[in-house]
Design a protein around this ligand. Structure first.
Ligand code: MOS
Length: 702
């Protein structure tokens, strides 16, 4: 529709498309579908970490008030064997981790299901468990690949020889703890069967992926499974693959012959949902007299469960971050009797950047080169491993803009000198990077006789603003105002689409929406509008993707204060400047970056899931004991970005912003704590007890 000269919507601060639906409570979440006669399922969890179920008192519990059925491995319908054995629930008597689903109680009300579940008694044949990650574990192995499809091991040049000749060297271990995703809305599903078809309202990051997982488990055609995630209260990676509520609700509704809702509790989210692996990272950096990296060596130790291999890509960042001829990266995995670890908030790049960017700060310290200048000297236009050129890399611009906004140039590099009462003040910085990319998706655009348009795409808006930015992209392609475009998302029936994952939502869905809307506009050109629909998918376009390196970059600067008497660390100020291609909506983008940096702050100072080796599970499984940043923890975060016009990344020029902000924050904060206190902390999080251990050690050394 080429007649108008509207200002483009892409790039403007279009208000959140679903804002009113959310604040007025009209937006319905997965557990809120009040289907007539629906029942509730309550999960019962294993009380041991390893062994076999010997017996469960199901007969007794079946007679509890309101109970419809009790499903166990002995009574649940058989599922088809699948690769992802995590979702293969209630199929045998094996217990692989503490907190595993061992039964589901179905009852008329939630309270009745919960009360009956408390009466369940499970007898076990207990086996000794093994739940602690250590690098000398005999079961340590190199996986074939790491998430999502990177090689596990790479080696370019000769790292050992170069490291041996380095003028400046850093050789250290860094550790990050297990962490749990904790989106605000717990995982939930409401399922029912309609004439052999399975319909599931599910809280997820990608309905098509969940649809195919359910189809495989129940031996159905994908067309006979419909998964709908209309509104989702956050995901952070933990809703990108199928989770127990969808499977259990589907099983239970099949048995009960009515709709069943299953919601996990906050406490259950620390076991049945998974979380991030702890990492132990050995990093060796070598540099010449002028600070140019001569070698980078990064090896990460991680855990996964007995039932599913997930290998976090912790050592991938050095493959692309800096110029060096000699770079070796690798991963070692250990299978433990723990829940399967999985995707969480910038997998690999978040914990890996804590290691690499802390080590870079240590290299700056030993070489006497300013941390920003050190990074500028080590910039590159191609990936160190493999040599692929970047489609765009405005990293230096981020460093310069961030330094300028923060006032970095006036920084005295010496640590432990600035005081404000009992506080020691310091500043630090670190770099951010995250892969960009697109995955095949399908969009259908409809023109309606009243001059409005509908675009359907099985995208998932987990709070990111996906609906809003897709509306903007569609409006521009159609040549109309966003007010005339309605986006429908979240329904697997809209055709294949990628998930809200890998920060690739906008690039993937936006491409499909752009294509469908452009084709529709061309079809309508000059003709009076009647009902017209165009469906477009990008799977063929994406086959042509070349081997260029597609990455977003950024630089983060923080000021902290640390009290050596109490061990308390507060963040005074955070500045993040990012280069992530084209920014579709500055309000949404800013909010995504602030969210990412807030998660990074949580990783730096608060978040850790503490494994109890005797008990065999995480001991702090609620938000009182697993502290997420609250308002009082987070300063005003200043966000900037560098406009990139990268036509090689994809036709929209967008790179993705969901996870980039998490990368580098924790290192920037730890580096600032070093600058404040003179103490280098290499284990996260920087809780008061850990900070005090450092100050106690420091005073002994004096
Ligand atoms: Mo993201 S952790 O790839 O959902």
């Amino acid at each position: 529709m080429s007649t108008t000269t509207l200002p483009t919507s892409v790039g403007s601060a279009s208000p959140r498309a679903d804002g009113i639906a959310k604040v007025t409570g009209q937006a319905r979440y997965a557990a809120e579908f009040k289907i007539a006669g629906r029942a509730y399922g309550c999960i019962a969890q294993s009380a041991i970490a390893r062994g076999r179920i010997v017996s469960i008192n199901t007969d007794e519990v079946r007679s509890c008030p309101g109970v419809i059925d009790v499903l166990t491995h002995a009574s649940a319908p058989r599922l088809h064997p699948v690769q992802d054995t995590e979702a293969w629930l209630l199929q045998n008597d094996r217990v692989h981790y503490h907190g595993q689903v061992v039964a589901l109680v179905i009852a008329e009300t939630l309270e009745q299901a919960q009360a009956a579940a408390e009466q369940l008694h499970v007898e076990y044949d207990i086996e000794p468990h093994d739940v602690v990650l250590r690098p000398d574990h005999p079961g340590c192995y190199a996986p074939d690949h790491v998430n999502p499809d990177f090689p596990s091991e790479t080696h370019a040049g000769d790292v050992d020889a170069a490291f041996g000749q380095a003028a400046f060297a850093v050789d250290q271990w860094y550790a990050t703890p297990a962490e749990h995703n904790n989106p605000m809305e717990p995982h939930a599903a409401t399922a029912y069967w309609d004439d052999g078809r399975l319909i599931v309202h599910d809280s997820n990051q990608g309905s098509v992926r969940i649809q195919s997982a359910l189809a495989a488990l129940f031996g159905l055609d994908a067309a006979d499974v419909q998964v709908v995630a209309e509104y989702v209260g956050g995901g952070f990676g933990s809703k990108a693959s199928i989770r127990p509520p969808a499977v259990l609700a589907a099983i239970a509704s099949k048995v009960a012959g009515r709709a069943v809702t299953v919601v996990v509790t906050r406490q259950e989210m620390f076991s049945v949902i998974g979380g991030r692996t702890p990492t132990l990272q050995h990093i060796r950096l070598g540099a010449d007299e002028s600070g140019h990296l001569s070698s980078v060596d990064h090896l990460s130790y991680e855990q996964t469960s007995q039932i599913f291999e997930f290998a976090e890509e912790t050592a991938v960042l050095p493959r692309i971050m800096y110029a060096t001829a000699n770079v070796r990266t690798g991963h070692r995995l250990i299978r433990l009797d723990v829940p399967t670890t999985g995707w969480m908030r910038a997998p690999g790049f978040a914990p890996g950047s804590f290691g690499l960017e802390s080590a870079m700060d240590e290299l700056a310290q030993v070489s006497g080169i300013d941390p920003v200048e050190l990074r500028i000297r080590n910039d590159t236009d191609h990936a160190a491993e493999g040599g692929a050129p970047f489609t765009s890399r405005s990293y230096i611009e981020c460093l310069r803009e961030g330094s300028q906004r923060f006032g970095w140039s006036s920084r005295d590099p010496r640590p432990g000198l600035r005081r404000d009462g009992s506080w020691l003040i310091g500043s630090g910085m670190a770099s951010s990077a995250y892969p960009a990319g697109s995955a095949p998706s399908t969009a259908t655009a409809f023109a309606r006789p009243d001059g409005t348009f509908i675009v359907e795409i099985a995208a998932s808006d987990i709070g990111t603003g996906a609906r809003t930015v897709l509306t903007q992209i569609a409006a521009d392609a159609l040549g109309v105002t966003p007010a005339r475009v309605q986006l429908r998302v979240g329904d697997s029936g809209y055709g294949n689409a990628f998930s809200a994952a890998l920060s690739r939502g906008t690039a993937s869905w936006g491409w499909a929406a752009l294509k469908a809307c452009r084709q529709l506009a061309a079809k309508l050109d000059g003709t009076p509008v009647t009902e017209v629909a165009v469906r477009a998918d990008t799977s063929e376009d994406l086959k042509a993707q070349d081997k260029l390196a597609r990455y977003s970059f950024g630089a983060q600067f923080v000021q902290v204060r640390a009290d050596p008497g109490t061990g308390e660390v507060r963040v005074d100020r955070m500045v993040g400047v990012f280069a992530a291609g084209r920014i579709v909506n500055p309000t949404m983008a800013r909010s995504q970056f602030i969210g990412g940096m807030t998660m990074g702050l949580g990783m730096a100072l608060h978040e850790a899931s503490i494994m109890d080796p005797q008990f065999g599970d995480y001991a702090n499984n609620d938000l009182a004991q697993y502290h997420l940043p609250a308002h009082a923890d987070v300063p005003a975060i200043e966000i900037g970005w560098i406009d990139e016009h990268d036509t090689q990344v994809n036709p929209l020029g967008v790179k993705g912003i969901g996870e980039l902000g998490v990368v580098g924050t924790a290192a920037a904060i730890a580096n600032a704590v070093w600058h404040a206190t003179g103490i280098r902390y290499r284990t996260l999080p920087l809780t008061p007890n850990r900070v005090l251990q450092g100050t106690a050690r420091q005073s002994q050394e004096r």
